[in-house]
Design a protein around this ligand. Structure first.
Ligand code: ZN
Ligand code: ZN
Length: 102
């Protein structure tokens, strides 16, 4: 189950569970769409993978106990701003590698 982390790891912008701006990698490293598009170039600085929009967990109890009331979002902040210069170098190496060999 996703942790639904509370904010962007780079700029610390709040990303509540219903945010349409939250982006996650396969390890759930969490960033805002602005950082993913403008700073990260869709490359996760922690694992080198890409990002997808984070799904929204329902706030209402539509079915069973599968909702935020039972499984609330994480409140543990991970704020580790990236260094843009070294990230650009990292991202370039990955982008120069064919997708099936990443
Ligand atoms: Zn951000
Ligand atoms: Zn990652």
């Amino acid at each position: 189950m996703l942790e639904l982390r509370p904010g962007c790891e780079n700029c610390n912008k709040p990303l509540p569970p219903d945010s349409l701006e939250a982006r996650i990698c396969s390890y759930e490293c969490t960033f805002c769409v602005t950082c993913v598009d403008t700073v990260l170039e869709n490359v996760c600085p922690n694992c080198g993978g890409g990002f997808v929009p984070r799904p929204i967990r329902p706030s209402r109890k539509w079915k069973g106990d599968n909702f935020l009331g039972k499984d609330p979002a994480s409140t543990s902040v991970k704020h580790r701003p990236i260094d843009p210069v070294s990230h650009a170098r990292f991202a370039a190496g990955i982008k120069n590698t064919p997708p099936h060999k990443r």
